[in-house]
Write a protein that binds this ligand. Structure first.
Ligand SMILES: NC(=O)c1ccc[n+]([C@@H]2O[C@H](COP(=O)([O-])OP(=O)(O)OC[C@H]3O[C@@H](n4cnc5c(N)ncnc54)[C@H](OP(=O)(O)O)[C@@H]3O)[C@@H](O)[C@H]2O)c1
Length: 259
């Protein structure tokens, strides 16, 4: 994979940082994006030392359209091409509807939906010129139905699924692929904050290897781990009375209550 270029957003921690390691190990050149520059500088140093990779970092807030276009344009000019974008940057805020937290709604949609969309739109013209490229977005199993106290996160991932599914159809004729990755729980700073029980919680490295392999296979939709993916997909067909019976209030239970 020498001379192949991947841009990864949200690379300063969690899944993004682990994916950066996997792509560096595979010989890709890396463009790494996040807001915490000091974390990116540290990661760049570690990966260059370990794998001799070429890495460019960009401090950028993905919810800022101009900043995204400037940052990604700069990376594409530096590397001369772009083979893969992983739109991974995201936030997850508790959002019980009774708190009516409009700021959480705004921040989540701006980061998770608009941010991912801006990043994709910033690479599409170059990929069309190249007549090649691949775009992967890190969505979530939470995008199938509205889960308790997580409405804005679920809504954002649901929107991402639809946005990137249409993108896949539109870009096929330019030989550009799109992968929608829908993970269950993976250990990261996002899940470390959760106080509730997380079924099928996966280690960061194992979860990211699965993501890496799915993107390498250019899988269109990859929902995992499969037992949780089957359960969550089946929720889609549950009638509201059953769904409400099982899910209303579930999030208030702490880990200790359930183990
Ligand atoms: N962990 C899971 O169980 C899980 C499951 C399903 C989906 N996901 C998705 O996986 C992605 C990565 O999450 P994670 O678990 O690795 O959590 P994380 O460690 O908190 O990583 C989130 C990353 O996104 C970046 N980010 C957040 N807001 C940003 C913004 N406005 N501009 C630029 N970068 C921003 C953060 O960097 P800065 O703060 O430095 O900007 C950080 O690098 C998210 O999209 C999340 O929804 C995670």
């Amino acid at each position: 994979m020498k001379d192949h270029v991947v841009i990864i957003t949200g690379a300063s921690s969690g899944l993004g940082a682990e994916l950066a390691k996997l792509y560096a190990k595979s010989g890709y050149s890396l463009g790494l994006i996040a807001r915490r520059e000091s974390r990116l500088i540290e990661l760049k140093k570690d990966l260059e030392t370990a794998f001799g990779t070429t890495i460019m970092i960009g401090r950028c807030d993905v919810s800022n359209q101009d900043a995204v276009f400037n940052c990604i344009d700069g990376m594409i000019s530096y590397f001369g091409r772009i083979d893969l974008l992983i739109a991974n940057a995201g936030i997850s805020l508790a959002s019980p509807a009774y708190e009516a937290n409009a700021q959480a709604l705004t921040d989540t949609i701006q980061t998770n939906v608009l941010g991912a969309g801006y990043c994709a739109y910033a690479v599409i013209p170059t990929m069309i010129q190249q007549q090649s490229g691949h775009i992967a977005v890190i969505s979530s199993l939470a995008g199938y139905r509205g889960l308790p106290e997580a409405g804005v996160y679920c809504a954002s991932k649901s929107a991402v699924n639809i946005l990137f599914e249409s993108m896949r159809l539109d870009l096929k004729k330019f030989r550009i692929g799109v992968s929608i990755i829908r993970p269950g729980y993976i250990k990261s700073p996002i899940t470390d904050r959760n106080e509730f029980y997380m079924p099928f919680l996966q280690d960061t490295d194992a979860g990211c290897k699965k993501i890496f392999n799915a993107i390498q296979r250019k899988q269109k939709i990859f929902a995992f781990p499969w037992p949780l993916a089957i359960i969550v997909r089946s929720l889609y067909f549950w009638p509201c009375w059953l769904f409400d019976l099982c899910f209303s209030g579930i999030k208030n239970k702490k880990k200790a209550d359930l183990t």
